[in-house]
Ligand binder design. Structure first.
Ligand SMILES: *Cc1c(COP(=O)(O)O)cnc(C)c1O
Length: 448
């Protein structure tokens, strides 16, 4: 950063401030993590100067020998990490983000107007699975192109009722079923989902954006034995750069046979279907993170991520918070705040005053909107990367409880809420100070 400070101080200052923020505050957003210095170095490298449209060894431009080597290394490491036979599976590492990866799969396997069955957004589904509002407004591009139906969680247990999903699948007769979400704390029964899909002649896409690292470490179950396609982001629990991977079977096991390889259709959907030249720096960063994810250290890390989340959820439950689905089996926790007389955004704003970073989220019994929901989502990947364990989770739960007591019953309207919150600044800043004292003891990968 010394170069940038010298030549563009305005930008360098903002970047430095962000670095300090990442060190100072508790990062509890479950989709965030800290990449290592290795990943940062790879992503900041000159490989981004090269154009490499096409597939390794089948590029449109000359001069791609090293880029081929990098992409082939990333692909090999990806298949090895998940224990997949290269004869049976291929992986595409070019999609720029998880949303684009999902769009590529939809465009590869479906025709416009085809039916998709995916998880309802308010219950924890993802925008890229084809979201349209209950009033019919089509929010995501995929919902404009495809005919999307949804399955929801059971409102009582806040978990999937697979018999009900099966009933909907048989009624809707989709060509593709998608599982995976941003805020579903239990593990998904991939075998059952695949069975439901294949029974109605649909493809099964398993999106493990959030769980990628937990699956790699063997802490969460893997969808590979059952799914036709698996997508994931590399930046969440996998602790890599912004990027995505699409794993697909080489042969089409479903009824829509085509002479072309199944994986070839997906590769073509990424380029030239949706993208131009790949982000070679991201691909290099993915290769770096995959090497790290294959170590014993990473496996212990992933195990601790889940232990921390289970412990934090049980502490919060002890304080009377309504933990959606009754707990967690992964890295994330969803709280329904309706019994705490506040909204997710109000609570998240108060927590931020105390150096605790979370996000407002919808939940299965949501009465609000996605921007102003009554849920709060927390996760342990980033704090666990800093080495925090159960004693720190105990402190975090206690701070969250204190702040929950402060916001309980305050006006919901954000203007009035902020004025009321102003009066509680002393307590919030005292907690902010205690948080800073704790975070100072835990070095940040990639920064310290
Ligand atoms: C995060 C996420 C994605 C991808 O998101 P991007 O921000 O586009 O990388 C896709 N699916 C699910 C379920 C996710 O949680």
């Amino acid at each position: 950063m010394t170069m940038l400070h010298e030549h563009d101080n305005e930008l360098a200052t903002l970047i430095s401030q962000e670095q300090e923020r990442q060190k100072l505050q508790l990062q509890l957003i479950p989709s965030e993590n800290y990449v290592s210095k290795n990943v940062l170095e790879a992503v900041g490298s000159v490989v981004m100067n090269k154009y490499s449209e096409g597939q390794p060894r089948k590029r449109y431009y000359q001069g791609n020998d090293n880029i081929d080597g990098i992409e082939l290394l990333a692909k090999k490491r990806a298949l090895e990490l998940y224990g997949l036979d290269p004869e049976e599976w291929d992986v595409n590492v070019q999609a720029v983000t998880g949303s684009v990866a999902n769009l590529a799969v939809l465009s590869a396997l479906l025709e416009p107007g085809d039916r998709i069955l995916s998880m309802y957004l308010y219950d924890g589904g993802h925008l890229s699975h084809g979201w349209q509002l209950p009033d019919g407004k089509k929010v995501s591009f995929s919902s404009r192109i495809f005919d999307v139906s949804y399955y929801q969680v059971d409102k009582q247990s806040e978990r999937f009722d697979y018999n009900e999903i099966e009933r909907i699948a048989q009624e809707v007769k989709p060509k593709l079923i998608i599982s995976g979400g941003t805020a579903y704390p239990p593990e998904i029964d991939y075998e059952r989902m695949a069975h439901i899909a294949h029974e109605v002649g649909a493809y099964y896409l398993s999106d493990i954006a959030h769980e990628a690292g937990l699956v790699a470490a063997g802490v969460n179950a893997a969808p590979f034995p059952y799914a036709d396609v698996v997508t994931m982001t590399t930046r969440k629990t996998l602790r890599g750069p912004v990027g995505a991977m699409i794993f697909s079977r080489r042969e089409d096991n479903q009824s829509y046979h085509s002479r072309e390889g199944f994986n070839d259709r997906i590769n073509r959907a990424v380029f030239p279907g949706l993208q131009g030249g790949p982000m070679n720096h991201s691909i290099a960063g993915i290769a770096a993170c995959l090497k790290e994810a294959s170590t014993n250290e990473f496996r212990s890390y992933a195990k601790q991520v889940v232990s921390n989340a289970i412990f934090l959820a049980s502490e919060l439950d002890g304080y009377g918070f309504h933990i959606v689905s009754g707990g967690t089996e992964k890295h994330l926790i969803l709280i329904d705040l309706q019994n705490k007389n506040t909204r997710g955004r109000n609570f998240a704003i108060a927590l931020e005053e105390a150096n605790i970073i979370t996000n407002a989220n919808t939940h299965p019994n949501e009465q609000g909107s996605p921007f102003y929901p009554s849920g709060l989502r927390l996760g342990t990947p980033a704090v666990t990367s800093r080495g925090m364990k159960e004693p720190e989770m105990e402190k975090i739960a206690s701070w969250i409880n204190t702040i929950g007591g402060i916001v309980n019953g305050m006006p919901l309207k954000l203007g009035e809420f902020s004025k009321e919150l102003e009066k509680e600044k002393t307590t919030l800043h005292q907690i902010a100070h205690e948080v800073a004292q704790m975070t100072a003891n835990f070095p940040v990968p990639g920064i310290d």
